[in-house]
Ligand binder design. Structure first.
Ligand SMILES: *Cc1c(COP(=O)(O)O)cnc(C)c1O
Length: 248
């Protein structure tokens, strides 16, 4: 059954307003940092949000959306597939990813921001080869290496010392394109300081792979700090979508 419901006029208006506000604020933060706003991609994080919201965003000129659960994202992407909206959209997978979901994610995602271990690199590469085996050509998958900025267990990300080894594995894997680094600011630290470490890590990565210039950092509460430290991909949810519905 296909979900063709639409947002109410009021919900749509609120969404358009918040989107416009964030766009203005991102551009302003970029200029304050001496950067060109055009080099920054805002990914709207639509996790837990209904498909109607994704559709409305596309109507407002959004091309990049982010999701953090494989099953939910795959369901949304397949509901949209075959529609004009689908052609305009890139899906970014931003959550922790189990290797047994790699194939499911590879089927719809243009980018995975949470590459944090060798087994996942291998699984994502294999998932692309499997698609080719059935006569399709899997497009290259953009990969961001997720950095752990704290020692807190269970938050995902590779320890800074393991970044370059992991990067080499991505570079060697068929069908994967190393774009750069990704990080989530820790809760107990000044975001700007944390993002400064991400920028340093990005510089180290570029000494290995000069094209891997992307920095995925910055959420609703800290994107201005991320922009100041060179973020090229922001992952912004609630500041644009409004409150998330309770997790199902
Ligand atoms: C949910 C999420 C975001 C967006 O968070 P907001 O605070 O709603 O902007 C960004 N990155 C990741 C990895 C997330 O899981």
């Amino acid at each position: 059954m296909s979900d063709t419901s639409e947002l109410s006029g009021e919900a749509r208006e609120g969404l358009a307003e918040r989107l416009a506000l964030v766009r203005t604020s991102v551009a302003g933060a970029a200029r304050s940092a001496g950067r060109d706003p055009a080099e920054i991609t805002t990914i709207v994080v639509t996790k837990f949000q209904p498909l109607a919201l994704v559709r409305a965003l596309v109507g407002m000129g959004v091309h990049d959306v982010g999701e953090n659960r494989a099953q939910e994202a795959a369901a949304k992407a397949s509901e949209l597939s075959g529609t004009p909206q689908a052609d305009a959209l890139r899906w970014h997978f931003i959550g922790q990813l189990q290797t047994n979901k790699a194939k499911q994610v590879r089927a719809f995602a243009s980018a995975v921001h949470s590459v944090d271990r060798p087994a996942l690199v291998a699984a994502l590469a294999r998932a692309g080869e499997a698609a080719e085996g059935v006569g399709e050509t899997a497009p290259d998958l953009d990969c961001f290496i997720e950095l752990a900025l704290t020692d807190e267990p269970g938050r995902g990300g590779v320890a800074p010392g393991g970044m370059l080894d992991l990067a080499e594995q991505v570079l060697a894997a068929p069908g994967l394109r190393l774009r750069g680094v990704m990080a989530v600011a820790p809760l107990n630290e000044d975001a700007r300081r944390a993002f400064a470490r991400v920028r340093e890590a990005s510089e180290r990565l570029r000494s290995l792979a000069e094209d891997a210039t992307a920095i995925s950092a910055g959420m609703s509460g800290d994107y201005v700090d991320a922009i100041a430290e060179g973020a090229t991909h922001l992952r912004i949810g609630t500041a644009i979508t409004g409150k998330r519905p309770e997790r199902a």
